[in-house]
Design a protein around this ligand. Structure first.
Ligand SMILES: O=C(O)CCC(=O)C(=O)O
Ligand SMILES: [Fe+2]
Length: 289
């Protein structure tokens, strides 16, 4: 009882200080060590807001700085971007996640696969003990290539669309990375943020800072398997051509609830394209995962 009262007082104090719903949830998660999901339930209960306030998380980190975010306010189902109407298929507050349909046209998806095809290379993966990415097929089995805006006009179009969608400068994101999974190709559950105690951490942080969020765009859907799997949420997002999945991790730890992977492909090929958003300008061309 005593403990609950302290939690309640903590939340009420934050509220009185003018913090909004998302800020209180994040502050409580950091302070208490609860997952964001549990922290959200506590704040909802204390403020008796039923979570209504969290329709539009303003997109902030624990220290109040900005995050890439997709504006889903107003219970809209469609987002009108300058060059495309996008449908909101699913959204949730914590972890912040938005699934969009029709983010790319079929032609754009095909063109991007075409552009990437000739330059695909075996993917590497970051391992805490190494400064550079390593080949580790048991963890990540797919081929990748980084796209520059000069590779095709469609890359520049998509980069601008992502910038408008997330209100995040293109320069503060890594170059788009196309990934091709063949049959049995997979990506074991992992976090996209950089691990603090790893050997690669300092090197990565120097160029653009920590990763804050991810946008996965599905370019070609496999015949079976290949869902994006959120291991701690028991949630699978099926790869559908042209759709895009956004998720953010304002706290770069397990508390973010964003442990995810790509299920093994069981038929056909799965092609995706990933954008990783950083805290600041990314100052070099090539990135490894
Ligand atoms: O293949 C997937 O669905 C997940 C890809 C992924 O985790 C990433 O690009 O960071
Ligand atoms: Fe990932």
């Amino acid at each position: 009882m005593h403990y609950l009262q302290e939690l309640q007082q903590y939340v009420e104090r934050q509220h009185a200080d003018g913090k909004n719903f998302s800020q209180i949830v994040i502050a409580l998660a950091v302070q208490s060590g609860y997952s964001q999901h549990v922290a959200q339930r506590i704040v909802e209960a204390v403020l008796d807001c039923g979570g209504n306030d969290c329709r539009l998380p303003p997109g902030c980190t624990a220290d109040g700085s900005a995050l890439p975010e997709i504006d889903t306010s107003g219970e809209r189902t469609v987002i009108e971007l300058a060059d495309r109407r996008v449908t909101i298929a699913f959204e949730q507050c914590t972890p912040r996640m938005v699934l969009l349909d029709g983010f790319l046209s079929d032609e754009e998806c095909d063109e991007l696969c075409q552009v990437a095809q000739a330059s695909l290379e075996e993917a590497t993966v970051y391992d805490a003990g190494h400064v550079e990415g390593v080949l580790l097929k048991s963890v990540r089995d797919c081929d990748v290539m980084g796209l520059a805006t000069t590779d095709s006009p469609v890359v520049a179009v998509v980069e601008r669309r992502i910038e408008e969608l997330t209100a995040w400068p293109q320069a503060w994101g890594e170059p788009l990375q196309v990934q091709r999974y063949r049959e049995n190709g997979k990506f074991e559950p992992h976090y996209d943020f950089f691990m603090k105690k790893s050997r690669y951490y300092d090197k990565e942080l120097k160029f653009g800072g920590q990763r804050l969020a991810t946008l996965i765009i599905y370019l070609r859907q496999p015949e079976a398997g290949g869902a994006t799997y959120f291991a701690n949420l028991g949630m699978r997002v099926m790869p559908r051509k042209g759709s895009a999945l956004f998720f953010a991790y304002p706290i770069p730890s397990a508390q973010s609830g964003t442990l995810h992977g790509g299920d093994p492909v069981r038929g056909g090929e799965k092609w995706i394209m990933t954008k990783w958003f950083r805290e600041g300008p990314v100052a070099r061309a090539k990135h490894e995962h």
